[in-house]
Structures are given as C-alpha cells and as structure tokens.
Design a protein around this ligand. Structure first.
Ligand code: GDU
Length: 341
C-alpha cells in the first residue's frame, strides 16, 4: 500500500511542486489548504502532470477543532510536510499578530495532533532568513542564527524552536527542517508555478511580469553593496530541485536514516548570484531584454547569502541539478503561459 503524506499548503508554489514529486514517487497525498494565497485549479494541474488528483481538504490550520477532525478522519498518515504559512516579509511588518497567529498556531495545532494521533514524522519549511546577514559565507547548518529582520523571519526561527523542544519532549517523533534559499522557476510543463497576488515583491515574478509587459521596468534595489558588481547576492534554487529535497527528507524519516530526531539542512545550490547576473542569465536563456533601472537599496535587505550545501549533498544524497539559465527559462515559460490564459 502506498504511504499517505499530509501536505499543508499543498496548492501553493513550493507545495504544489512537492505534491507532484511525491505522487511521481508513489506516495499518496492529502492536501490541506485554506486557499488564502493559491487557487483550487492547481489540483487539476497536478492531476494533468501526474495523472492523480490529490485528496484535498479546505480549512484553516489555526482552527484547532478542524485540525483535530482532520486527524480523526485520516488515520493512515505516515508523515506531514508543513508548508502552510504567511510569507510576505513586508506584510509581516505591518501585521505582526496575523503572522504570529497563522504561522505559530498552525504548527502547534499540527504538532499536538502528531502526538495525539501518533503521526511521527514532520518536514518543516524553514528559511535561510534564520541566518540573517551571516558573518561568514557560505552558511553551513552550524552558522549561528541571528535575530530576525522581520516578524515573518522570526516566525521561522520560533517554529524551529517549537519543533526542537517538542521533539525533545516526545522522542517518538522525528522532524527535519529544510532551510530554503531563494526558490524560483516552475515545473517544466508550465502547468504549475508561482502565482503572486497583486504586485510581486520577489525578484523573479517581478522580472518576468516586466518582460511580459505587465510592469514597465524592474527596479534593481542597490548597486552599491560590497559585492563584485555592487548588486545583492542570493542563492536561487529551482523549485523542482527544492521539491525533490522534500521527497528525500520524507524517505530519510520513513526509513529511519536520520541521525538525530531533529535535523536541519540547507537547501540551496551553493552558488551566490547577484541581481545583475540574474538579469544577464535571463536574457541569455530567453533571448528577451529585461528593462531595468538601478534604484536605492530596499529596506531590510541583506547584502549577500548563499548556502554551503555539503551536508545536504552528503547526508541526504541530494543535490540541486538545474542550471540558472534553465531555471530562469522555466520561470519565463510559466509567465508566458499565465499571461496568455
Ligand atoms: N530585488 C530587486 N528588485 C525587485 C525585487 C527584488 O532588485 O523588484 C532584489 C532584492 O533586493 C534581493 C533579491 O532581488 O537582493 C531577491 O529578492 P527577493 O524579494 O526575491 O527575495 P529575498 O531574498 O528578499 O527574500 C527571500 C524569500 C522570503 C524571505 C527572505 C528572507 O523570498 O520569503 O525568506 O528571503 O530574507
């Protein structure tokens, strides 16, 4: 019998790509999502790609009763991948209580049910935001965490602490926190991808919307950083590579290959890429011009971060495969697809 996995936030950007990879690897998926930042049509797209429509329950994970009812109904769960969370950095500064309520309570409700209903395995969506601006690059999993720059970032650190403390108190449970760097790109079929609501905050959706003519110009936030070309550096990872890391993490938990009951992995490519290099790579990969101008730095941005992925490569046997050009081409194919429909 195939193993059943709960994927919260499974209709979102990273969630939907992970559901595809899980189903392609023979897992049975149940998605819980409140559709606050995604569309139900994603289920049809997942079915079009994999031939299987995942089970779906629409509710808000901050509702403790509904979470309990869910665990009472689904008794064959073997693991949970918890993506569901609010994730806009700027919005979190304006609405901190909403962020703490959504991101902390949903995790605590799920973990209480892991204990009560004996579902032992958790993979958690963490972020490189927990490292802040590190003193030394690249960052390893041992790089000290820093005080968060935003309430959003703080929820990721606090969630990691909630998981660490709960797993310590309940050693029959196991968890892996995957610290994502910057996920970009889309599925090769261009059937699923990132669907930003309103004006995108993130670089790639803003860039692709600019090239599609939806925005007049991309603003490059700062060219006076202490980097080779002056623009800020990040570690951009293809969302499908990131999705595959979740399948590997699930297999590690289910097959008892974990070394401790709470583990952390950096999930990036290991390459630091500047904003201007992104533009260059996009233009090379797609043959399109990116209209852009240099403007002032964006408040709250760090100068540079990229991963040391040695631990993930060696321990998980996982490595990001896609080149940056391929990844940006997939983002452009997705943008063209949604612009046309
Ligand atoms: N950038 C621009 N122009 C834009 C948008 C972004 O130049 O229009 C630059 C940013 O200044 C930054 C880089 O592009 O240097 C990437 O910016 P993103 O907004 O795409 O990503 P961030 O690295 O700022 O954000 C990521 C995640 C967030 C959160 C954050 C933590 O997307 O969810 O985890 O890291 O710092």
């Amino acid at each position: 019998m195939s193993k059943q996995i709960l994927v919260t936030g499974g209709t979102g950007f990273i969630g939907s790509h992970t559901v595809v990879e899980l189903q392609n690897n023979g897992y049975e998926v149940v998605i819980v999502d409140n559709l606050s930042n995604s569309k139900i049509e994603v289920l049809e797209q997942i079915e079009a790609i994999t031939g299987v429509r995942p089970k779906f329950e629409e509710f808000d994970l901050t509702d403790k009763q509904k979470v309990n009812d869910f665990f009472q109904k689904y008794t064959d769960l073997e693991a949970i991948i918890h993506f569901a969370a609010s994730k806009a950095v700027g919005e979190s500064v304006d609405k901190p209580l909403m962020y703490y309520n959504n991101n902390l309570n949903s995790l605590m409700n799920i973990m209480a049910c892991m204990i009560d209903y004996k579902v032992p395995n958790l993979v958690f969506s963490s972020s490189c935001t927990v490292y802040g601006q590190p003193d030394k690059l690249p960052v390893t999993e041992q790089t000290p965490r820093k005080e968060a720059e935003s309430p959003y970032g703080n929820t990721k650190s606090i969630c990691e602490d909630i998981i660490r403390d709960t797993l310590k108190a309940y050693p029959e449970l196991k968890g892996i926190a995957l610290r994502y760097f910057n996920p970009i790109g889309a599925h090769e079929t261009a059937k699923i991808g990132e669907l930003p609501l309103g004006v995108p905050n993130n670089l790639i959706p803003f860039l692709t919307q600019t090239v599609a003519g939806i925005r007049p110009e991309l603003s490059v936030f700062g060219d006076d950083y202490n980097t080779p070309d002056g623009s800020a550096i990040r570690d951009y990872i293809h969302v499908v590579d990131l999705a595959k890391a979740h399948v590997v993490a699930i297999e590690r938990l289910l097959n008892d290959k974990n070394k401790a009951n709470c583990e952390y992995f950096n999930v990036g490519t290991g390459n630091g890429v500047s904003v201007l290099e992104i533009i260059e790579s996009f233009e090379r990969a797609t043959g399109e011009k990116v209209p852009h101008k240099i403007v002032a730095r964006r408040a709250g941005d760090i100068e540079q971060i990229y991963a040391d992925t040695t631990y993930a490569n060696e321990e998980l046997g996982w490595k990001a495969q896609s080149s940056l050009d391929e990844t940006l081409l997939s983002a452009w194919k997705w943008q063209k697809n949604i612009s046309e429909s």
